[in-house]
Design a binder for this molecule. Structure first.
Ligand code: GTP
Ligand code: SPV
Ligand code: MN
Length: 587
């Protein structure tokens, strides 16, 4: 493989600290991956599943204390605390390097250090960036081979440049007390230690493609966002693209590959998936905003994925997939999770590897159990998936889990108001991060855990992008999660979310009216197509209500949140908040 002096010098330095027995370069070849799979199976790190039913599929279990991202132990290490802001945990870079060096010291003795050269985005695309991850975990190597583009072509694209993201990962002892996920944006560096869970250790994903990339995007005039990308093909053949930001485990993978309801399918509408988690966006030569998905696979939530809710995601996991922390069917040598079907396996192990009987009421799969599947397995992967120039975005959609406040859909008045709408996003927490589940927290643009610098400056960057994009996408907000008095979801969701996306696209084309409300433009209920739906226009009407009292309560909470972010919140957003408060009071 082509060598690069900067990469080599850095590897020597990291190896002097961690002292691996061996250093192995990952070249992206099938032979090497196959040998690593065999090795992982021989040590119990992975289990080879039934190759007739699930060819190329494996099961992995992470440590019981290590099953989700740990936001409390994730740090942004900028020279000043102010650059990281009040929403991020901050550590002084020198102090952090010193502290972690102690933990890394000798941590790879008796182990192999794997060198993974990878590209986020197609190598050579103007959007793409290169990273090198050093890790002592075969699970990480095999997952990165699915999630990113690895091997020779990456080193060729890097050539003699020093411009790559340096990621160091060591499992060490998986000690929670010494677990750190640290980012040094000024040094293009990520250090992760004492974890083996995906979001903490697949360094191309949240660490690079969001935290480091958001920092680079601000510097270079582009955006790195926690957004899916999907294309809706009209019967004419024309395809319109939408980006949507929902917090973790709030429906991005599901929306990204939805099955159109019969009503649309029979007219010839189709949906294509470009990405399910991360978008990198830049203004294009025609003044529109273009997006790529920098990833090459899906790291999706397993529970709830089934032939009805998301058949395309399920199909994506039927070959060459790694399952993490799901239940194991001993008789069939396959996997199972809650919500896959109504037939939990009779002889099974739970996600911890313990004998498990569904009848005892405990969960077989961890709520944040995941599949790592190649994007090209997806039956509706877009033919633009590898387009180096990305796809043009018509609409940006924000959303979260709100049992009451947020209506099914509304449109912002303009880009600045849309930025405001993103900044006040809130959602009930899920199992994707450690901590309490179901608590409402503000999660601006679904990026609260992923902005690699000061949140207020991030808002300012959004406002600034409005000046750089001549033909701006329209900005919307959706909520699939309103509940009735018994706590049941009112909106059917999943494929039927397309009905809302169609209203959004018709707004983009100026083909449908809306009514002005205190919070933005609301649809007329009759304009949301309900043919073939289990709920009618009257229910849609209910889902579109804006309750003055709960919104005013929300405004108080937003004021507190802005105060917590501090002085960096742009004056424009304070003005937007005052205007919202005024409009609500006038209601
Ligand atoms: P991350 O990978 O953590 O970023 O998650 P994600 O945003 O891709 O979430 P995903 O699509 O995996 O959905 C997470 C959970 O939300 C699953 O349990 C889904 O069943 C559920 N879900 C997704 N879409 C809908 C919907 O439209 N309505 C309802 N009620 N639930 C949904
Ligand atoms: C998320 O939590 O938003 C994920 C999974 O997509 S992780 O890679 O763990 O961040
Ligand atoms: Mn995510």
């Amino acid at each position: 493989m082509r060598q690069n002096q900067y990469v080599n010098a850095w590897i020597r330095e990291m190896a002097d600290m961690t002292r691996p027995d061996k250093i192995v370069w990952i070249d992206g070849s099938d032979e090497q991956a196959e040998a690593l799979r065999a090795e992982a199976c021989s040590t119990g790190e992975m289990i080879k599943l039934n190759q007739e039913l699930l060819p190329g599929c494996y099961l992995h279990r992470s440590a019981v204390n290590d099953v989700a991202r740990v936001e409390g132990r994730t740090f942004i290490c900028t020279p000043t605390k102010e650059e990281a802001g009040n929403i991020n945990n901050w550590m002084d870079p020198a102090e952090c390097y010193a502290k972690l060096s102690e933990i890394y010291k000798g941590s790879m003795v008796g182990r192999t250090m794997y060198v993974i050269p990878y590209s986020m985005g197609v190598p050579g695309s103007p959007f793409s960036k290169i990273g090198v991850e050093l890790t002592d975990s075969i699970y990480v190597v095999l997952s990165m081979l699915i999630m990113t583009r690895v091997g020779e072509a990456v080193m060729e694209a890097l050539a003699d440049s020093p411009d790559f993201i340096k990621g160091l990962h060591a499992k060490a002892d998986l000690d929670e007390e010494k677990r750190y996920i640290c980012h040094f944006p000024q040094d293009n560096t990520i250090w992760s230690v004492n974890s083996g869970y995906g979001g903490n250790v697949l360094l191309g994903k949240k660490c690079f493609a969001l935290r480091i990339a958001s920092y680079l995007g601000r510097k270079e005039g582009w955006m790195a966002e926690h957004m899916l990308i999907l294309g809706i093909q009209f019967p004419s053949g024309d395809v319109k693209y939408i980006c949507a930001a929902f917090p973790s485990a709030c429906g991005k993978t599901n929306l990204a590959m939805l099955i159109p309801p019969e009503y649309y399918a029979k007219q010839g509408y189709k949906v294509w998936c470009v990405g399910d988690d991360i978008s990198w966006l830049r203004p294009g030569p025609d003044g529109r905003l273009y997006a790529i998905n920098p990833e090459n696979g899906f790291f999706g939530v397993a529970p709830g994925t089934n032939a009805h809710s998301n058949p395309n995601a399920l199909a994506s996991t039927r070959k060459n997939t790694i399952f993490t922390n799901v239940a194991y069917d001993i008789d069939q040598n396959t996997v199972w999770w809650e919500g896959l079907d109504k037939n939990p396996p009779k002889h099974a192990l739970n996600w911890k590897g313990e004998p498990w009987d569904a009848a005892d009421g405990t969960k077989g799969a961890h709520p944040n159990s995941r599949f790592t599947a190649p994007a090209k397995n997806c039956p509706v992967i877009s033919d633009q998936f590898e387009n180096p120039n990305g796809v043009p975005i018509s609409a940006i959609v924000f959303g979260g889990r709100r049992a009451k406040t947020a209506p099914l859909v509304y449109q912002s008045f303009d880009w600045n108001h849309g930025t405001f709408v993103g900044s006040i996003m809130a959602s009930e927490t899920t199992a994707a991060a450690s901590g309490a589940v179901g608590v409402v927290r503000r999660d601006p643009m679904a990026m609260r855990p992923f902005v690699g610098y000061n949140m207020g400056d991030y808002f300012a960057h959004w406002l600034e992008m409005g000046h750089l994009i001549k033909n701006k996408p329209l900005i919307f907000h959706v909520n699939w999660f309103r509940t009735d008095d018994e706590g049941h979801f009112i909106w059917p969701g999943f494929g039927d979310n397309m009905r809302v996306l169609m209203w959004i696209l018709r707004r983009c084309e100026g083909k449908v009216d809306a009514r002005t409300s205190a919070i933005g433009y609301l649809p007329y209920a009759k304009d949301i197509e309900v043919e073939g739906l289990s709920v009618g226009t009257d229910t849609v009407e209910d889902l579109l209500t804006v309750d003055k009292a709960s919104w005013l309560e929300d405004v108080d909470n937003i004021e507190d949140f802005y105060a917590q972010i501090g002085d960096s919140v742009p004056a424009e957003l304070h003005a937007q908040l005052d205007a919202l408060k005024q409009r609500l009071s006038d209601m």
